[in-house]
Write a protein that binds this ligand. Sequence first.
Ligand code: R2B
Ligand code: URA
Length: 311
Amino acid sequence: HIKEGCEAKGEEELVSTVQNLNPYLECLDPDILYHLSLSTATTDFPKVFGDVRFVCMGGTPSRMFKFANFIMKEIGLKLNSSVKLKDLAEDANRYALYKVGPVLCASHGIGGPSISILLHELIKIMHHAKCQNPVFFRLGTSGGIGVEPGTVVITSEALDGQLRASYEIVVHTTPDMRPTKLDEDLSKELRSLSDPCRDGFDTIIGKTLCANDFYEGQSRLDGAFCCYTPDQKKEFLEKISSQGVVNMEMESTAFAALTGQAGIRSAVVCVTILNRLEGDQITTPGDTLKSWDLRPQTLIARYMKKVLFGI
Ligand code: R2B
Ligand code: URA
């Protein structure tokens, strides 16, 4: 890529592969990424982030800290034993951000608004750092619909609470619908790296319902409020199951829409921590949940090793 206007001077300048960016970004000098406490005035983005090939996002800071350390071992990088990975966004106290060689790991909090703010700022990092074809992943937990708890789901299509394959952003009081289709080849490639016989669990591709709430928004009977009957809940879950929905979570539409708009290949890989046809409360023991957290992580590590080292 040659930046417009540079050709005449013969100066070739690399630009990031991120697409459809805000034209007014060029007017910002510096650009302050407020929620990550990073600024183009004080951080040399191409130097610090220019080698990023994979961006991995998950709900909590501790899970992403563990993931960053896990990935470090998997891709054969080492830290001096007395040194701990540094949270590059610690001053903002909102999201955690770790960098391990070509892998950037961030926690995104709960829900569309939280992950959306982070995605804006991560995509701007890609732009300022001139990253080339980064791939984004969301690794998470979800409620399964008719699947064995512990199953890993790769999202084919993220649906909103009204079962639309869209992410609605209200701009100047008007809803703007953005498509939430995810990269089919990437999903299939990830699935091909799973091995149910060796791994001891299934990895499936299916539709994900993205709700704006954990309780009534996911038809639970255990929230502080409940505006439907157990029969209506059953009917709803059976209806979405018959339409191909295999899990529910709270960030996939925003993630799919924003990465899609930027022309970034991306995938959502979530482990199911309960079967919603059987209940609402998470009764799985903490240790089991921790071991299940590793399932999406292991799959993504296999993908990265294949891309980086061909193994
Ligand atoms: C899955 O788990 C969280 C709610 O407990 C939410 O972030 C999600 O998508
Ligand atoms: N995350 C959700 O959003 N829902 C569940 O049921 C489990 C995890």
